[in-house]
Design a binder for this molecule. Structure first.
Ligand code: NAP
Ligand code: CA
Ligand code: CA
Length: 264
């Protein structure tokens, strides 16, 4: 895709993201929370309305582009064909509901199966992370550089302990410097992108949880693979790690040792 065309799309998306600064406070003020599959599976008017806004934006500015997003059915979309946006309108909904902090909007733009633009908007902290294929990654317009090599013994790592068995957690504790988890796959991944965490693991992400991370990883020399060290299919997702180059092999070795990482 031509650089000018990419930059035009980027300008339009930036302008759309700016509109969120007005919309989100009002939505939070009138927040209505409902549950989906169980009492921990939350969705709010904030998630739904942001997604509807983006859908309207695409229809108006880029009518040939398709939206593949969490709060809709995506049965009619082949994510690997044409112009496709994958969106998590709020990643970290539990954090939004319980803390009004540590949630983000995730957007990944794919052209015929290739990621070309990615955004993670950390609205509460006013940080917009962006990656452009072939042109690097930025936070609020400032260039992000490839993080320094981190060895696992010096690294903080992030994962959800509810889904990993005790033996594996104990091995991870012994091999790493420490554990932290923000509770937003997008923001935990950005900690790896900035060199603050050595790795983030999610054993069951959907396409929208990891749509933006592909481009950040490729632009910044990070590893992003399945937990079997295989390439990830963005259209189906599945067990995933985003990692500093210095931690990836050791993390996978620990997760796959013995009976593996699964809790049950
Ligand atoms: P949470 O705060 O609800 O979610 C933390 C992060 O994980 C968010 O990015 C969230 O995206 C995503 N997420 C939510 N449900 C998930 C699921 N079933 N599988 C994978 N990722 C998920 O997390 P929690 O309160 O600790 O846990 C809530 C439920 O999600 C539990 O059943 C937990 O086992 C499961 N979970 C599993 C993993 C995993 O690695 N397999 C990771 C996190 C949570 P949204 O905010 O967009 O939902
Ligand atoms: Ca999510
Ligand atoms: Ca979500």
């Amino acid at each position: 895709m031509e650089r000018t065309q990419l930059m035009q799309i980027d300008d339009a998306v930036n302008a759309w993201l700016e509109t969120l600064d007005e919309i989100i406070p009002k939505l939070i003020n009138d927040m209505v929370t409902t549950t989906k599959q169980n009492r921990f599976d939350l969705v709010t008017n904030v998630d739904k309305t942001i997604q509807q806004h983006f859908e309207r934006f695409l229809n108006q500015h880029f009518p040939s582009h398709q939206l593949f997003a969490e709060e809709k059915l995506n049965n009619d979309i082949n994510a690997k064909q044409g112009h496709v946006w994958i969106m998590d309108p709020i990643d970290g909904t539990t954090n939004l509901v319980k803390q009004q902090e540590d949630y983000c909007i995730i957007l990944g733009y794919f052209v015929n199966g290739e990621p070309v633009l990615s955004y993670i908007y950390d609205y509460p902290h006013g940080q917009l992370y962006k990656a452009i294929k072939g042109y690097g990654a930025y936070v609020n317009g400032k260039t992000l550089h490839e993080p320094e090599m981190l060895e696992l013994k010096d690294a903080i790592v992030s994962y959800n302990p509810l889904v990993i068995n005790d033996a594996t957690i104990s091995d991870l504790n012994a091999a790493t410097f420490g554990y932290r988890c923000i509770g937003s796959c997008g923001l935990d991944s950005m900690r790896v992108v900035k060199g603050q965490f050595g790795a983030h693991v999610n054993t069951n992400p959907k396409p929208w949880d990891i749509a933006a991370q592909f481009l950040f990883a490729s632009e910044l020399g990070l590893k992003m693979t399945s937990l079997n060290n295989e390439p990830l299919d963005f259209s189906t997702a599945g067990p995933f790690i985003i990692s500093n180059k210095g931690c990836h092999a050791d993390m996978l070795a620990i997760l796959n040792a013995g009976d593996g990482y699964k809790k049950y």
